[in-house]
Design a protein around this ligand. Structure first.
Ligand SMILES: [Ca+2]
Ligand SMILES: [Ca+2]
Length: 228
């Protein structure tokens, strides 16, 4: 209603059109007007419209960390974030699926420049994955954190060049990690109790290692980490 022209403006426009028509000048129709906003580009972040059985959880994480793109019913990817991927268990499931889970959005991944889902994330069979953490001769290596013991719950995974990060904002992962896997063959992960790589160094993750149940003194303490 607010954009509706006033009666006086409408009358003036009609008057101009009539005068131009009388003068034999074509009045451009509004249908030929150019759109004011550019068309969306391929792979643009999906701010809304997340779908699937864990859409509510995904939307909550998007609020903390905008720019994530839903790539399946179970997974979101943050482009440019060193392969940063969050994978949720399907409702009623204890473990997040290997690979990307159900209903992979291949067209979305292609628009992100990812042609081989398997070599980037592994596949649903997880043959070479370690407790769902991607690994293998032909698959990118990652380090993964899990909210539950025995590699259960939500899996947060990174690959390669992440130098440091906080578990809280933007990852909604503060003081939740109960198990971890590091399949990355050239990355050592150091985990800190405080944000911004402060406080006690809780543990060091060597290459190709895993812990299925952190001890009481370490469980649900991870607040930030760095890689070397
Ligand atoms: Ca936990
Ligand atoms: Ca902590």
């Amino acid at each position: 209603m607010m954009n509706r022209p006033t009666r006086r403006v409408r009358a003036a426009a009609i008057g101009t059109a009539s005068l131009l028509a009388l003068a034999g000048i074509a009045f451009p129709s509004t249908a030929s007007a150019q759109p004011l906003t550019p068309a969306p580009t391929a792979g643009a972040p999906i701010a809304a419209g997340v779908t699937g059985p864990v859409a509510a959880e995904m939307t909550a994480m998007l609020k903390l960390n905008p720019g994530g793109i839903q790539v399946s019913d179970n997974a979101m990817v943050w482009p440019g974030g060193a392969g940063t991927t969050a994978v949720w268990p399907s409702p009623g499931q204890k473990f997040a699926p290997a690979g990307l889970g159900s209903n992979i959005r291949y067209d979305v991944l292609k628009s992100m420049g990812i042609d081989s889902v398997t070599s980037e994330f592994g596949d649903e069979y997880g043959v070479e994955a370690v407790h769902g953490c991607p690994s293998g001769v032909t698959v990118k290596d990652y380090y993964c954190f899990y909210t539950d013991i025995a590699f259960g719950g939500r899996r947060l995974q990174f690959t390669g060049a992440t130098s440091a990060a906080n578990a809280g904002n933007p990852w909604s992962f503060d003081n939740q990690t109960s198990s971890w896997v590091n399949t990355d063959t050239n990355v050592i992960v150091g985990v800190c109790d405080g944000a911004n790589q402060t406080g006690t160094i809780l543990w060091i993750e060597p290459e190709n290692s895993a812990v299925s149940a952190l001890s009481t003194s370490l469980n649900d303490k991870l607040s930030s980490w760095y890689t070397a």
